[in-house]
Design a protein around this ligand. Structure first.
Ligand code: MN
Length: 249
């Protein structure tokens, strides 16, 4: 994950201490934090959180918990960092820091059986065991409509995607996706992957080889609509290989 461009110095202190603001944004963040090959932004966030925790600098610590979140530090990891540091730096510091983690991460990661509870208005359903052999990672399936036009809500954990597959039909057929939560990908064979966000609609023609799934760092949810057709049948093919998937940003 790329380090976020920092403007906090100029925003907060540009009028009072313009040189300090410039050093903060352009040198500390622009030249040191941005050395991602030497140390990832996530690792830099973790050590910075540890340093500020140790010093008891809570306003700064809260700011860096938030930056750490942007750099991919999960709530569970933040809790674990503080739990360990409590032994080295002081128990009361942990008591002072947990509420900051709660503020930074809010309720957005409240989970039910490991799934964020606020992904969308649609139910998550149950683990998609019937199709698990055609997926990498854990997916969940909730039937929303089994009459008229069948509609399912499909939830993908971060990194989860289905194998290459084709929706066959002798007449009509194909599939529509309506994205409702998170960030994901759709790719047709031989084409660039398309990044998906809530509100995006994907029309998948009958007979076209494709896959869909979550981004590596985000939950993803789409409604899957079976387009009515004759002799509809899915043909499941090879997995999307890790290298190809790993290149998607
Ligand atoms: Mn499909």
């Amino acid at each position: 994950m790329m380090a976020k461009k920092q403007t906090a110095g100029r925003n907060a202190l540009g009028d009072l201490a313009p040189k300090f603001a410039e050093l903060n944004d352009d040198v500390l963040f622009g030249e040191v934090w941005s050395r991602e090959k030497e140390l990832s932004p996530r690792d830099r966030s973790m050590i910075t959180i540890a340093a500020l925790f140790s010093a008891g600098l809570y306003p700064q610590l809260k700011a860096h918990l938030s930056i750490g979140k942007d750099h991919g530090v999960t709530k569970q990891e933040a809790v674990e960092i503080v739990t360990q540091l409590a032994f080295y730096c002081g128990w009361p510091k942990a008591w002072s820091t947990f509420p900051l983690i709660r503020e930074v991460y809010g309720d957005e990661e409240k989970e039910i059986d490991g799934v964020p509870s606020n992904l969308s208005a649609f139910p998550v359903g149950s683990k998609n065991d019937a199709y698990a052999q055609y997926f990498i990672g854990q997916s969940y399936l909730a039937p929303l409509s089994t009459k008229q036009v069948p509609v399912y809500n499909v939830t993908f954990e971060p990194g989860c995607r289905n194998n290459w597959h084709i929706h066959h039909a002798s007449e009509g057929g194909g599939q529509m996706l309506i994205c409702v939560s998170g960030r994901g990908w759709y790719q047709e064979w031989g084409k660039e992957a398309r990044e998906l966000h809530p509100g995006d609609v994907v029309n998948i023609p009958e007979g076209v080889k494709h896959w869909h799934g979550a981004a590596c760092d985000s939950w993803f949810q789409h409604l899957a609509i079976e387009v009515p057709g004759k002799d509809g049948k899915a043909e499941w093919l090879e997995p999307v290989d890790d290298e190809q998937y790993g290149k998607l940003r």
